[in-house]
Design a binder for this molecule. Sequence first.
Ligand SMILES: Cc1cc2nc3c(=O)[nH]c(=O)nc-3n(C[C@H](O)[C@H](O)[C@H](O)COP(=O)(O)OP(=O)(O)OC[C@H]3O[C@@H](n4cnc5c(N)ncnc54)[C@H](O)[C@@H]3O)c2cc1C
Length: 438
Amino acid sequence: MSQPRVIIVGGGFGGLAAAKALRKTPAQVILIDRTNHHLFQPLLYQVATSALTPSQIATPIRSILRNQKNTTVILGEVSGVDKDQKRVIASDSDRQNVPISYDYLVLATGASHSYFGHNEFAEYAPGLKSLADAEAARNKILQAFELAEAEEDPGRHRDLLNFVLVGAGPTGVEMAGALAIFVRSTLKSDFRRIDPASARIVLVDLGTRVLGPFSESLSKAAKRRLERLGVEVRLGHSVDQIDAGGIVVAGERIASKTVIWTAGVAPSPAGKWLNVEVDRAGRVRIQKDLTVPGHPEIFVVGDTASLDQDGKPLPGVAQVAMQQGRYAGKLIHGRIVGNPPPRPFSYFDKGTMAVVGKGFAVLQSGKIQVSGFAAWLTWAAVHLQFLATSSLRLTVFLQWVWTYVTGQRGDRLIVNHYGAEPAKPAADATIKRASAGS
Ligand SMILES: Cc1cc2nc3c(=O)[nH]c(=O)nc-3n(C[C@H](O)[C@H](O)[C@H](O)COP(=O)(O)OP(=O)(O)OC[C@H]3O[C@@H](n4cnc5c(N)ncnc54)[C@H](O)[C@@H]3O)c2cc1C
C-alpha cells in the first residue's frame, strides 16, 4: 500500500516544525515554499541595518531537511486549495497551476505587510518581511548617505539624511535603535562632506506608546532608551500621506528619501483558498486541534491562523508558529500510526523580548519584567539558540562580538543591477532569426 501524503505549504517557523515532527512518520512528506530558504525574521532588521549578512539569518530549507529521507522540498508558489479533491495548486517558473494531491495538508504561509487600506504607500515605504525586503532597505539606507555625500548643496543634506520608520512595534523599535547606533558610530568617520551622526531618525505610530504588547513600564523604558539614542519618537499621530518626497504626519511634511514600513501585518490568502471563516484580520479560524472546521485533514498554523486561548487571540510570534507546527506534525503522525488523539493545543508563553540599540533590551515573561543589559544578554542567547543551524549560531555570535567590540558592521554593500544590456524578448529574437533565414 502506498504511504499517505502530507503536504506542508511554507518552510517558515510553523512549516519547518511540522516537517521535523513528521521525520519518523511512515508518510511521504512534501514541503512547498516559494523561497528556497527558511528565514529567521526576528533578525531581519539586522540585515537592513548592515549588522548581519543575508546568509547569516537564512538557510536553504532542503539543507535543513537533508537527513529527513521521507521529505521532499519543492520550490514553488501555492495559489489555491481544492478541498473536495484534496489537492493544492502550485506553480513554479516552469509549470503553472499543477495540482498536487494530499491526504493531510498543513498551511503555514505566514503573513505579509498591511498598509491599512493605503496600498499606494507601498511604492515609497517598503516593508520588512523577506530577505529581499531587508536587502532593499539596506540599499536604500546606504544609498541615502551616498547621495548626501555627492550633493554639493549642503542645504539638501538634511533632507537626504531623514529616515522615517512607520510603526513602533518590536520591528520599528529594534530597527530605529539599530539604525541610530549604525549612523552615530559605524559610519562616523567614513564621509567628508556630511556628518552621518546628524541624520534624523523619526519613529511614528498612531498608538500612544511604543512596543504595544509590552507592559507600560517596559514600553516607557524602551522609549527613553530610543530618545537617548537620538531617535525622535512621535506617538499618537497618523500618517496622512507617503510619496516620493517624504511623509506627512499629523499635517506636517517630513522630507525623506527613506521611509520604511514597520507597521501592520496581513495574513497570507489561505482563508480565501479554503473559503472558510476568518477573523477580522483575515486569519483562518481554527479549532483546538488546529484543523479547519469540517476538514480534519487540513491544519493551519502560525501567523495565518487565528486561535483564542484564555479569551484572547494568540499573538503572531515565532513561538506560537513553532509550537503549533510541532503539534500538527505530531497529531498527523499519531493518526497515521494509529495513536489516540492528543489533548487540545495549548500555547506555552516563554516570554517576549525586544532589543533597543546596543546592550539594552526589554523582556517580559509572565510577571517577570526586566530591562537593560541582562535582558539584552538573554535576548542574544535566545536568538542564537533559535537560529536554524549551528554554523549560523557560530557566525552570528562571532559577528555580534566583533561588532560589539569594534563597532564595525558585517555587510555595508549596496548591491544593484547596472551596466548589463536588458535581455531581448524571445519573440524579438525569433523574428530576427526568421528574417535572417528568409
Ligand atoms: C521583521 C520581523 C521581526 C519579527 N520579530 C520577532 C521576534 O522578535 N520574536 C518573535 O517571536 N516573532 C517575531 N516576528 C514574527 C515571527 O517571525 C512570525 O510570527 C513567524 O515567522 C510566523 O511563522 P509562520 O511559520 O507562520 O510564517 P513564516 O515564518 O513567515 O513562514 C511562512 C513561509 O511560507 C512561505 N509562503 C508564503 N506564501 C506562500 C505560498 N503562496 N506558496 C509557497 N510558500 C509560501 C514563505 O516563503 C515563508 O517561508 C517577527 C516578524 C518580522 C517580519
